[in-house]
Design a protein around this ligand. Structure first.
Ligand code: CMX
Length: 441
């Protein structure tokens, strides 16, 4: 067994034993009440999942195993000469629950380098799609083609003991994470760079090599990818991509099937696709106003127009957060350090000043502050990546770290099939009248 697998299993066994004790002593304890509005309105605030890898606080934002983003930027190992955390370190932290050493991170890097081979049929499957297909469609199709490699599926078919599920899921998770940058870069080069592909550089770290295969050799872009891959990785368990991966995995669908399902959710405009929507919205605003740097007054007017046409302002609002997303702030700091005079980046900052008061004035939006997607595109455009339809694929590659670490935990803890109860509106009305004896009291 590899060292990470061993450490993960050791930790998971301790937690599994503890869960057994906790449930034995406290399993019938109530953890809040469910209100009727919650079952109609997206289960907001309803605690219904255990996810080990990270925890989201509405005021403070995300913490990965207790560490905030600035703390991770300080404490996780970096590439030589770099100052952003290596995502390998975050993956180790989410999986093992402890900060990694430099050697631990080098180990993860080398395991992923070794496992990164993508079989030819995956590229052939992607090539079967029209080049005009959305990059997220091509990406999920690529992941599905790669499912032929699933250890979990093979071992399950051969009669695997349920005690070994975690082991096969862990192996699939490592293989999948190792291979995703190659698939993503292939799609980028296919769609936007005349199919001129770039071979992996086996000496680079996971995110650095991804930047290289995309065709961006600049050190600044590599640093951006390390930060980007770290901050987009996980946002506790209830968001659409994480929850879907967990849900589908609970049917013992293998990690390829589960992750692909989750990424179909990430491709929705209220979730990960918002990152492309933000840049598209800013480009359209600049086009309409015929300026590279619209004033705050112009932005305010444009926001009103967006709202009046029945559309959301992309990059703003959140189902849980009630303050500026620290993932936005981390990107803003990156912008201040590397490109303070870039007009597009400055526009993102002006939008940050202009939008919240407008959203607040509507009186119905619970969080008028920016989320992670409000900033990411402007940094990418700075380095020349203007093809915004590709942005959600970057998010998807990063999100694999969190959802696949979580899926490994799900199987190691022996979590069962997820199957909440649903009701019909008619049943609710009968219950309210005290007529329904089957559901309710
Ligand atoms: N622009 C306009 N209206 C917004 C809004 C925004 N940015 N954010 C919320 N609202 C509206 C909602 O559509 C809802 O309107 P109705 O009552 O007419 O249906 C109302 O305000 C209340 O919504 P809420 O409780 O504040 O927000 P939700 O939890 O329902 O939704 C989210 C959260 C993210 C879907 C929503 O804020 C939104 O659509 N934002 C824009 C899209 C976006 O940036 N998504 C990315 C989120 C981060 C990520 O997952 O990547």
């Amino acid at each position: 067994m590899g060292i990470i697998k061993e450490r993960f299993k050791g930790k998971a066994d301790e937690v599994a034993a503890d869960i057994k004790d906790v449930l034995k002593d406290h399993g019938t304890k109530k953890i809040g009440e469910v209100q009727l509005a919650q079952i109609y309105q997206g289960m907001r605030g309803m605690t219904g999942l255990v996810t080990e890898t990270s925890l989201l606080d509405a005021q403070e934002g995300i913490r990965f195993r207790g560490y905030s983003i600035p703390e991770l930027q300080e404490r996780l190992p970096k590439a030589d000469g770099g100052s952003e955390p290596l995502p390998e370190g975050l993956f180790y932290l989410m999986l093992v629950g402890e900060l990694p050493t430099d050697e631990d991170v080098q180990h993860v890097t080398s395991v992923w380098q070794r496992r990164s081979h993508v079989p030819n049929h995956v590229f052939a499957t992607i090539e079967a799609l029209p080049v005009s297909a959305h990059p997220m469609t091509q990406f999920v199709v690529g992941v599905m083609a790669l499912q032929t490699e699933s250890q979990f599926a093979k071992r399950y078919a051969a009669g695997m003991n349920k005690k070994d599920y975690w082991d096969a899921v862990f192996d699939d998770a490592m293989d999948l994470i190792a291979r995703l940058p190659r698939i993503a870069a292939y799609i980028y080069r296919r769609k936007y760079k005349n199919g001129e592909h770039i071979q992996p550089n086996g000496l680079l770290d996971w995110a650095g090599n991804f930047a290289h295969m995309l065709g961006y050799g600049d050190n600044g872009f590599k640093e951006l990818m390390r930060l980007y891959m770290t901050i987009h990785a996980d946002h506790e368990g209830g968001n659409v991509s994480a929850h879907t991966t967990h849900l589908v995995g609970s049917a013992l669908s293998d990690p390829y099937l589960s992750y692909a399902a989750g990424m179909n959710g990430l491709a929705g405009p209220l979730h990960g696709l918002a990152n492309q929507e933000v840049i598209k919205w800013i480009f359209e605003m600049r086009e309409e106003l015929k300026t590279e740097l619209p004033s705050k007054e112009q932005i305010t007017e444009y926001v009103q127009k967006t709202l009046n046409s029945g559309k959301v302002v992309p990059g703003y609002g959140h189902a849980v957060l009630r303050k500026t997303d620290p993932r936005f702030t981390a990107q803003m700091e990156f912008g201040k350090k590397h490109m303070p005079n870039d007009p597009l980046v400055q526009t993102v900052w002006n939008i940050y000043d202009a939008v919240p008061p407008v959203l607040q004035s509507l009186g119905k939006i619970k969080n008028p502050w920016p989320n992670v997607d409000a900033h990411s595109g402007a940094l990418l455009v700075h380095y020349g990546m203007v093809e915004y339809e590709f942005y959600t694929v970057l998010f998807a590659v990063s999100r694999a770290l969190g959802v696949l670490a979580s899926l490994s935990w799900d199987r190691a803890l022996g979590f069962p099939l997820e199957r909440p109860k649903s009701v019909t509106h008619d049943a609710v009305k009968k219950w309210l009248k005290g007529e329904d004896e089957i559901w309710g009291e």
